[in-house]
Ligand binder design. Structure first.
Ligand code: ATP
Ligand code: MN
Ligand code: MN
Length: 309
């Protein structure tokens, strides 16, 4: 299918992409000295890693045409003069609405760079099967005064609960303030089931350890507690892609890590455009290499904690 990752991987954008960068010296991250061309080079280097998570999926895009210090726009639909490598696809559930956006290849990704897209936020479903998510995402948001060890413990808690349900769990830094725990699914359950499952897991955590976790969006900012944000799992909801850059000072990226890497040496914004390519080049094995192979269907008929029925 068209989601197949690239076959070969020369490391420079210019070598592979036919998309022309106008104003390659335009500065996207002023404090970090990262230009449009620098961003294209970053994405070209991580292309093989990022492709499975952004190709042939609906995308929401955080566009900052004049860089992170200026105005940014969160866009779920096309804009005037949009590059043709960014594809528009009708949403079958939104007949009268505007088309959703997708890319198919490295040209599409470099077209995003050319358009000032500094964050890529896919759905957890492929265009080929829009009604059946192929991953669940638990977005752990620290309230004030939540320390890093508590975040690590929270992520491990989500992992344990997912594994208890027969699901696999992978973790990535958000590139912002938190961690994302992601469970690959074989597309089978629908959005409502996926969201109900995620909500039940988050609610169980909040019920079992109310001093540590909150599962209600309106209480998300509770000091000392982690908001287990399950709301990324509805139809049309998005979360930042693995390897996507963030439109924040520091040019951090969302980085997949092994569970054993959750130590004091790490932080949510530790990996950046600057140090991520070297990390990937030096890694013995991609910590998410088994992500797709580990997918199982969400068995919504099976016991899932105390909230069944
Ligand atoms: P952090 O670790 O700082 O929490 P995050 O990516 O998890 O980083 P959140 O604020 O927890 O950030 O989640 C925001 C999510 O909501 C994003 O992942 C994005 O997909 C989605 N979203 C919806 N609307 C917007 C918007 N206007 N701007 C940015 N993100 C948006
Ligand atoms: Mn978050
Ligand atoms: Mn959140």
């Amino acid at each position: 299918g068209n989601a197949a990752p690239a076959k070969a991987a020369p490391s420079r954008a210019a070598a592979r992409s036919s998309v022309v960068l106008t104003h390659p010296d335009r500065i996207y991250w002023p404090e970090d000295g990262i230009t449009k061309e620098g961003l294209a080079a970053y994405y070209s280097e991580v292309w093989r890693s990022i492709a499975p998570y952004i190709v042939a999926r609906p995308l929401a895009l955080l566009r900052c045409p004049d860089g992170v210090a200026k105005q940014c726009f969160f866009q779920k639909h096309g804009w005037r003069g949009m590059n043709r490598k960014i594809r528009q696809v009708a949403d079958p559930k939104d007949a009268g609405g505007e088309p959703i956006l997708a890319i198919d290849d490295l040209d599409g990704l470099i077209a995003l760079v050319q358009s000032g897209v500094l964050e890529i936020h896919p759905w957890g479903a492929r265009l080929a099967d829009l009604e059946h998510p192929d991953m669940l995402i638990f977005d752990l948001d620290p309230g004030e005064k939540v320390g890093w060890p508590a975040m690590i413990a929270g992520a491990r808690e989500v992992k344990a609960r997912l594994e208890a349900q027969g699901l696999a769990a992978f973790v990535k830094t958000s590139g912002g303030k938190g961690l994302h725990v992601v469970a690959p699914l074989k597309p089978k359950a629908g959005w409502d089931e996926a969201k109900a499952f995620a909500k039940a897991l988050a609610s169980d955590m909040a019920e079992d350890t109310p001093d540590s976790f909150v599962a209600v969006a309106t209480k998300a900012r509770r000091p000392g507690r982690i908001f287990v944000d399950y709301l990324r799992n509805g139809r049309g909801a998005t979360a930042v892609a693995p390897y996507s850059t963030r439109a924040r000072v520091g040019a951090a990226v969302s980085m997949p890590v092994a569970w054993g890497e959750l130590t004091d040496a790490l932080s949510p914004s530790f990996y950046t455009v600057g140090n991520a390519p070297a990390r990937l080049a030096n890694l013995a094995a991609d910590p998410w290499a088994d992500f797709r192979a580990a997918a199982v269907p969400l068995e919504t008929g099976r016991a899932r904690g105390r909230r069944k029925g």
